[in-house]
Design a protein around this ligand. Structure first.
Ligand code: MOS
Length: 731
């Protein structure tokens, strides 16, 4: 499917505003502290009551008793809700554990009570007086112990009815016959989103109508989920989330704060604010599940891959989905014999769910390290090994080609710009004073997902534009690229556009997840702008197909009229959306990257320091080089975290993650990150959308961690296959 545009012209292709480096239009609000986040909606609610959530202190079992008498009598307390007073709230849409209700405990810190009081301090103090008694039951908390018996499971990217096995040719025979082989196990740990802004919600009822001011990536899903959980019609739920202090997948779905704010507000008879306390976020919320990945590769001596097998095992609650570590392996490199599948064990932690490039990020941590090992075994440069096994078609179906795929250019450009030829392939052979210096590289892959998205745009009487959609900006730059899109389509500048986001009263957009936000939300707005152009042309007496919108004027033939004249008699509105057919089946749409990293390892202490980083990204048209670069350098930073630091520590006896705050769950800080270079290839993808853009939010993370780990190996000669690569593992 090619996207047709009015009269064969696509106004976006002019690139007078779109594609230009444009600072964030919401930047001043952010840096002056005036952008209101969920817990700060004083503009909407002036005197809420405060809720404090009590999380279960057993990981599995049931609540036997909840004694709230002392808490109810405490100063300032308005209401106390316990899980025994409510039927289990149904878990909706990719959630598996009930957020509240019933006596059954599915995981540690699952919400068992809410104390509502006049002040935050009163609620917290009264919560200490609630006595909950549990009957604990045994659970499973050790992935390695249950992995062998884990059954195969469908890939969550492909739906429950898809083939479990990604099988082509005869892997076993090809692997047995291959002159050069690799068979290794790689592990990645449980990880947590660790966003700065906690989950937070303020809820208010007006009769049977509920409004929740919250922090959520997907407004439409949140509205549907709240309606489902509360048993009310979605039309009676309004969700508003204009600013979001990071989500990373943790805010794709509603959490206990939103639900309990609603239940608490109903019980209190007034608005209630609930901030999920930092110490329970990690065990109450979702996480990226740990994986155990076995990778087998077979090749001819010249490096041509003949056999690829990737089996990734993770654990989740009953009904949950596996971490899709094989998602990139299915499509990344050619090889005629393939056997890839997922296994899913039962584990009784909180939900394993989406986090920062789910599937691809941990899958590539393993696969791109395996390729590095294999290159060494073959005595082929790791860049060349990847280049020679590139494919322009789905390895399962040669007739299904990639819409655009410039991986080889990513690799070649990266190698040249990074100075890869300077690398010494013999590990441990380069020194700089006390530092052992190493270089590593990896390739990156992430699917590009088309998603329906709608928007409304209004030309106001004063000639300004207002964009309205429930799209979110999770710190990514959505406000700005939507303003650029509207400005380009109507021939104005960015400062003539007001963008209103995050409110479910407005048209339903794609939301922010799976790096689909930018391409799809701008495409939905594009469609609305086409409608507005038609309305403007009709009012001014132009033929819409002939009219050119530029420099604040509408021009056709020798007529030139100020755009604002069209709204002199009243505002004009365009509302529409984009929906996609089966284009992702006709062509494979994906984004690509190469990552190059230099590290230093202190030869005495084992301390590791990243010294240089470069990413080369092939991600369709770049809508705004400033915000796109921010996305990629943030993702590269997350990759350093995944490689060297991030891991939830499991207590296998009591079934919870011990390092449950930002003090002990380590993420990179400024001092950990050196200068980062980003190069965009900027090839428009005409098959992805009228914007010709693709995902940018997650490709920057895919492959980075392996590049860091491969650099550490090149520095030290010690191969650590168990992430994160901490110094105790290579000393
Ligand atoms: Mo992303 S993990 O889909 O928010």
């Amino acid at each position: 499917m090619e996207f047709t545009t009015p009269a064969g012209r696509n106004p976006i292709d002019r690139l007078t505003v779109v594609g230009r480096p444009t600072p964030r239009i919401d930047g001043p609000l952010k840096v002056t502290g005036t952008a209101p986040y969920a817990a700060e909606r004083h503009d909407a609610v002036t005197s809420p009551a405060y809720g404090w959530i009590i999380g279960a202190t057993v990981a599995k079992g049931r609540v036997r008793l909840a004694d709230v008498s002392a808490a109810k009598a405490a100063p300032g307390v308005i209401a106390v809700l316990t899980t025994l007073d409510h039927a289990p709230v149904p878990a909706v849409f990719r959630q598996t554990a009930s957020l509240f209700g019933g006596d059954e405990i599915a995981h540690y810190h699952q919400a068992v009570a809410l104390v509502v009081a006049e002040t935050f301090e009163a609620a917290r103090a009264a919560a200490r007086l609630v006595r909950i008694e549990y009957e604990a039951a045994p659970g499973a908390y050790d992935l390695a112990a249950v992995a062998a018996d884990a059954p195969p499971s469908p890939d969550p990217n492909e739906g429950p009815d898809a083939e479990i096995y990604d099988r082509v040719g005869d892997f076993d025979a090809a692997f047995a016959a291959a002159p050069v082989t690799l068979d290794e196990i790689y592990t990645t740990p449980d990880e947590t989103h660790a966003m700065m802004e906690p989950h937070a919600s303020i809820a208010a009822w007006d009769g049977d109508r509920l409004t929740v001011w919250t922090s959520n990536q997907m407004i439409g899903w949140a509205r549907d989920a709240l309606a489902g959980a509360l048993g009310i019609a979605a039309e009676n739920v309004r969700v508003d989330s204009p600013f979001i202090g990071g989500g990373f997948g943790g805010k794709l779905y509603i959490r206990a704060d939103a639900l309990l704010a609603a239940l608490g507000a109903k019980a209190a008879g007034r608005p209630v604010k609930v901030v999920l306390q930092r110490p329970i976020i990690i065990n109450n919320g979702t996480r990226r599940a740990a994986t155990i990945q076995r990778i087998r590769l077979g090749a001819r001596p010249d490096g041509t891959l003949t056999a690829i097998s990737h089996v990734s095992t993770s654990g989740n609650l009953p009904g949950g989905f596996p971490e899709a570590g094989i998602a990139p392996t299915k499509l990344f490199y050619a090889a005629p014999n393939r056997d890839n599948y997922l296994k899913l064990a039962r584990l009784d932690f909180g939900e394993g769910s989406d986090m920062r490039a789910p599937g691809e990020a941990p899958g590539l941590m393993a696969f791109e390290m395996a390729l590095d090992e294999f290159a060494e075994r073959l005595d082929i440069d790791p860049v060349e090994l990847r280049v020679m096994n590139d494919t322009q078609a789905d390895p399962r179906d040669p007739g299904r080609r990639f819409s655009e795929r410039h991986l080889v250019e990513c690799l070649r450009t990266g190698a040249e710009r990074f100075g890869w030829s300077e690398r010494d392939k013999i590990p441990g052979s380069v020194r700089d004073g006390k530092w052992l210096v190493g270089m590593g590289m990896a390739a990156g892959f992430r699917l590009n997902l088309p998603f329906p998205s709608e928007a409304r745009i209004r030309l106001e009487r004063d000639g300004r534009l207002t964009v309205e959609t429930d799209m979110t900006d999770i710190g990514t730059g959505t406000y700005t690229i939507l303003a650029q899109t509207a400005a380009e389509m109507l021939g104005l500048t960015v400062d003539a556009v007001t963008v209103k986001l995050g409110d479910s009263v407005n048209p339903r957009a794609a939301g922010s997840g799976g790096q689909w936000g930018a391409n799809n939300s701008t495409s939905g707005l594009y469609a609305a702008c086409v409608k507005l152009r038609e309305a403007v042309a009709a009012r001014l007496g132009f033929n819409a197909d002939d009219a050119d919108f530029a420099d604040g004027h509408v021009t056709a033939g020798n007529r030139r009229v100020p755009l604002a004249d069209a709204a002199a008699g009243g505002p004009l509105v365009g509302e529409d959306g984009i929906a996609y057919g089966d284009l992702d089946k006709t062509f494979v749409q994906a984004t690509f990257a190469s990552h190059f990293v230099e590290v230093g390892v202190d030869q005495f202490t084992g301390e590791m320091r990243v010294r240089r980083m470069l990413a080369v990204v092939d991600s369709g048209r770049i809508l705004n080089p400033i915000t796109a670069r921010s996305q990629v350098i943030g993702a590269m930073t997350m990759g350093v975290g995944a490689a060297l630091m991030e891991a939830l520590a499991v207590d296998p006896r009591h079934g919870f993650f011990v390092n449950n705050d930002l003090g002990f769950y380590e993420v990179p800080v400024h001092g950990d990150i050196p200068h980062q270079d980003v190069i965009f290839l900027d090839y428009p993808d005409a098959k992805s959308s009228p914007m010709k853009a693709k995902g940018i939010g997650e490709i920057g993370l895919c492959g980075v961690a392996a590049a860091v780990a491969n650099a550490v190996y090149n520095a030290t000669g010690v191969r650590v296959r168990d992430y994160p690569v901490t110094l105790d593992k290579h000393l």
